[in-house]
Structures are given as C-alpha cells and as structure tokens.
Design a protein around this ligand. Structure first.
Ligand code: NAG
Ligand code: NAG
Ligand code: NAG
Length: 328
C-alpha cells in the first residue's frame, strides 16, 4: 500500500510538472495516521498471549524472573531461562488499555511494590502504551502504573538490572518490545507422561484411543512403530491452543466422550505450563479448553488409554513432556 501511494505521488508529480515537492510526503503521512487510528480501537495493542519481553537498551537480554522474593530483572547471562523468561499478557477490559502481566514459569502475576516490580499475588493492571519503533522498525511500548504515572525502567551499563518504576523520560531503557512465543514451538515430538517415565504416547489405529504401554515392538514392526510414536504439535497463532496429530497415522486427535482418539475431526487443545519434573524438565497439562478437563492416564497397569479427567493439582499422571525429535 505504501509503495503504491509513493508511485501515485510520483506520477502526479510527473504529470503536473509544477506540483510542489511537499505533496508526496503529505499524502503518505495522512494515510499512515488514518490506518493506525482505525486499528487502535479494534484490537488491543498486545493481543492476549505468551511473549518474550525485551528492553530497547538491553537488546537480546530477556526480561525474566525466578523467584517471588526478588524483583523481575533483565540480565546478560546466557543460560536458557525457558518459561521463566516467558510472560503471559492479558488485556483486562474492553478498552484494551490495561493488562495483567504474569510470569509463566512462576505462574503468578506481577505488581508494584516499593517502586520495584515483583512477581506474586495480587496482580496489578499496567497500562501498555505505544512509544514508537526501535532501530529495526519494531513497535516498542512503555509499561506504566497509571495511578502514579511512572514507567518500567532498567539501569544500563551493568550486567543485570532489576525493573524499577521511574518518571517517564522517553529513554530506550523505558521502552519494551513484546515478541509472541508459543509455549511449545511448532514441530515433531515424542510425548511422555510424568507417571510413565520413558514410555511414549502412541497410536496405531483410529479405532482405539491413543495410549501409553510398556509393550516392546517386534523388530519387523519398528519403522511403523517409530512413526506412530511421533506427534506433530502445531500452535494456533499466539494463543495457548494447539492441533496435535499422529505422524504415523497422519491424522489429528480429538475427543470422543471422555477418551482421545486419532481421526479426521480436528480439535484444538490448550497446552499449559505445569512446572518441572524430577529431572528439571518442563511439563505441561493438555486441556479441553471448554471444560477444564485434562489428558490423564491410569497408573499401576501395563497399558492405559488417554482419558479426560478433571484437573487435580500436582497429579503426575496429568503432566506431559514434549521432547523434540528431528525428522530425517
Ligand atoms: C535487585 O533487588 C534486590 C531486592 O530488592 C536487591 O537485593 C538487589 O541488590 C537488586 N539488584 C541490583 C543490581 O540493584
Ligand atoms: C505392528 O504393531 C501393531 C500394534 O501392536 C499390530 O497391530 C500390527 O499387526 C503389527 N504389524 C506387524 C507387521 O507386525
Ligand atoms: C481402551 O479403550 C478401548 C476402546 O474404548 C477399550 O476397548 C479398552 O478396554 C480400553 N483399555 C483399557 C486398558 O481401559
């Protein structure tokens, strides 16, 4: 659209000859204001979802938090912070001007406490406001406590800085970028249940529910078996919703009564962070969003179908691990 307008402007210039040269910038400028003005009222600036959050003065250092006893911070250290560097942003009202901001790893919202930002209940609504673009032409924002008119700010010239509240001065250290990140990136995975250890989720047929079993495959059946152990996970946009498909059968899964079957009918499941297992790896629940029931397996058996049961806090048989498998 932009290049069309420029072209139109240049043709006009060529035709009219004597047209004053300020016409081209004026045309494109008007169009830009019109477009952003219209959109701003239809959509929140930051749609509900999971994000990595970066400060303009800190480049690729992610905003993170590991504990409710210290302020959230940015740091140049390179360790992988996983869900502790992921933030759930939720618009709080119809005007889309205020947001709850929660750390995914800790599972709690953040609030202002003594001009520092701490994770922990109760959450607080922050205003996220447009503050132009960075050098890479990406939108940046301020994050403000509306009642005191102070914004999230970090120190510079240090390897680690807490987030504190300071008067808004338009500094790079007060501008933040939100980059959408699905909890489980699109890809192919082996799927394990926490109560079942190294045994993989599998499916051989659309006629029976997907299951976990301790049977050992006959060597002649291994290539078929290998594909049936592979699951394709596809996030939908930046929501928590995913299509889960079996690679061997080449079909997605869906629920029939309280069991999970492979089949043609595509259904989206919500995958939510549920902490870490004993080997410090991230585990997740897989939920039917509309009913708060989650994928569950039986224990004390050699084989279990995947069924839907009400979520009970801390039950290993309701926690799943996704281990990426490269396809060759
Ligand atoms: C960050 O905040 C914590 C807790 O208030 C404090 O102990 C620590 O010294 C602060 N870090 C820096 C770099 O200011
Ligand atoms: C492969 O394994 C499945 C499930 O155990 C079984 O139904 C099928 O008959 C086996 N195929 C061969 C060739 O052994
Ligand atoms: C798994 O589900 C199938 C189909 O509903 C059923 O026939 C089978 O008995 C179930 N297996 C177990 C162990 O419950």
């Amino acid at each position: 659209m932009f290049s069309k307008i420029i072209t139109f402007g240049l043709e006009t210039l060529a035709l009219v000859h004597a047209a004053p040269s300020f016409q081209v910038p004026m045309v494109s400028c008007n169009v830009n204001i019109g477009a952003s003005g219209t959109l701003a009222h239809l959509l929140p600036d930051i749609p509900s979802g999971n994000y990595h959050v970066y400060n303009e003065a800190w480049g690729s250092a992610q905003l993170r938090s590991h504990s409710t006893t210290e302020p959230i911070f940015v740091s140049l250290t390179r360790e992988s912070v996983g869900p502790f560097g992921m933030w759930k942003i939720e618009p709080q009202d119809d005007t889309n001007e205020k947001y709850a901001i929660s750390n995914i790893g800790l599972g709690v919202p953040v609030h202002n406490s003594g001009n520092l930002i701490f994770p922990g209940e109760p959450g607080e609504a922050f205003a996220i406001e447009r503050a132009g673009q960075d050098d890479n032409k990406q939108d940046v924002f301020t994050i403000k406590v509306p009642s005191v008119n102070k914004v999230w700010t970090v120190d510079t010239n240090t390897v680690r800085s807490n987030v504190s509240l300071k008067e808004e001065l338009g500094l790079p250290s007060q501008k933040w970028k939100f980059v959408p990140v699905p909890l489980i990136p699109s890809g192919t995975y082996h799927v394990y249940n926490e109560a079942w250890g190294s045994l993989q989720l599998r499916s051989y047929s659309n006629k029976e529910p997907i299951f976990i079993s301790d049977t050992v495959e006959s060597p002649g059946n291994l290539s078929m078996a290998s594909a049936t152990f592979h699951w394709k996970i596809e996030p939908h946009g930046n929501s928590n919703e995913y299509t889960i498909s079996n690679l061997g059968l080449e079909v997605p899964v869906h629920k029939i009564s309280n069991l999970i079957f492979t089949g043609q009918s595509d259904e989206r499941f919500a995958i939510e962070y549920a902490g870490q297992d004993v080997s410090k790896e991230d585990v997740f629940t897989i939920k039917v969003s509309s009913e708060n029931s989650v994928w569950t397996v039986d224990t004390n058996t050699v084989r279990s179908n995947v069924s839907l049961k009400r979520l009970e806090q801390g039950l290993p048989s309701q926690k799943w691990k996704f281990v990426p498998v490269p396809l060759n």
